[in-house]
Design a binder for this molecule. Structure first.
Ligand SMILES: Nc1ncnc2c1ncn2[C@@H]1O[C@H](COP(=O)(O)OP(=O)(O)OP(=O)(O)O)[C@@H](O)[C@H]1O
Ligand SMILES: Cc1ncc(C[n+]2csc(CCO)c2C)c(N)n1
Length: 242
């Protein structure tokens, strides 16, 4: 059984440290700053350095990532040079069979101390290109082979993480949960899914695209349970402040 508080990484408590991966999507200054201060390790993937420079143009030295990785087809060469001169570690990941995010996750999982970090947060998971967004979800599957830490994909209004087959207790008690959630059988159908704590619960039901997927659902109990025979994507909206 796993226990997860999916939005804990958004709380200001200093005891809950994260590893932060910045993806190449427009960044929100307030959210990025908040997550940065909670990070023990920060990594930027390729074109994400352009996004960092855009929002922190006047104070980018206060937000130097620990690692910049990628195939470097998107990062502005001048910006990359800037970070290199600031002694930021640049890790080229030229392989063209995996996305920069998957390759960055592997590096981060090798470097982080799983005792000190309670989750890996990837900022900029959705929006823009659908192929990238789907690849980012696929990376959540790959990440399960790299680390037992939860990986949270974050966009401007949604958070998503992968629930492996088995029983899960999700504490949705941060006060930041939005008014919608979803449970999606994205890799393959799940034949037996039971939930509690949701407005629309499932009772030993089959979930599959073209049959039943759970969208526009909502949390009605601070404790949500999910019992599934296949991995499911859990997604929830969040409010940017309490
Ligand atoms: N439009 C997008 N939507 C969601 N995620 C994105 C998008 N664009 C980029 N990303 C994420 O940011 C990472 C780094 O982006 P980058 O600029 O390197 O994209 P790319 O060069 O087009 O593709 P790749 O990252 O696969 O080499 C990607 O691996 C992906 O996870
Ligand atoms: C079947 C298949 N489809 C697409 C790609 C292309 N691709 C996937 S990830 C990636 C890296 C992008 O930075 C690239 C180019 C491939 N290799 N194999």
């Amino acid at each position: 059984m796993t226990i997860l508080r999916p939005l804990a990484f958004l709380l200001p408590e200093s005891g809950t440290k994260i590893a932060l991966i910045i993806l190449n999507r427009p960044l929100d200054i307030a959210l990025t700053t908040k997550l940065w201060t909670k990070s023990m390790l920060t990594a930027a993937t390729d074109g994400a350095v352009n996004q960092l420079c855009k929002i922190f143009s006047d104070n980018k030295d206060d937000f130097l990532p620990d690692i910049i990785s990628g195939d470097f087809d998107s990062a502005d060469p001048g910006i990359l040079e800037y970070y290199k001169n600031k002694n930021v570690e640049i890790v080229p990941t030229p392989d063209q069979d995996e996305t920069d995010f998957t390759k960055c996750l592997r590096i981060v999982c090798q470097r982080l101390d799983p005792v000190k970090v309670f989750s890996i947060v990837a900022l900029g998971g959705f929006g823009g290109r659908l192929d990238h967004s789907l690849a980012n979800i696929s990376s959540l599957y790959t990440a399960k082979e790299m680390s037992s830490l939860p990986v949270m994909l974050v966009s401007s209004s949604s958070v998503a993480c992968l629930l492996e087959k088995g029983k899960h207790t999700l504490y949705c008690d941060t006060g930041l949960e939005g008014d919608w959630c979803g449970l999606i059988p994205i890799g393959c159908p799940a034949d037996h899914v039971t939930t509690t704590g949701l407005k629309y619960n499932l009772t030993d039901q089959r979930m599959a695209f073209g049959e039943l997927i759970s969208t526009s659902n909502s949390i009605v109990d601070a404790k949500v349970t999910v019992d599934t025979d296949q991995p499911l994507l859990w997604t929830v909206g969040y409010k940017s402040s309490l």
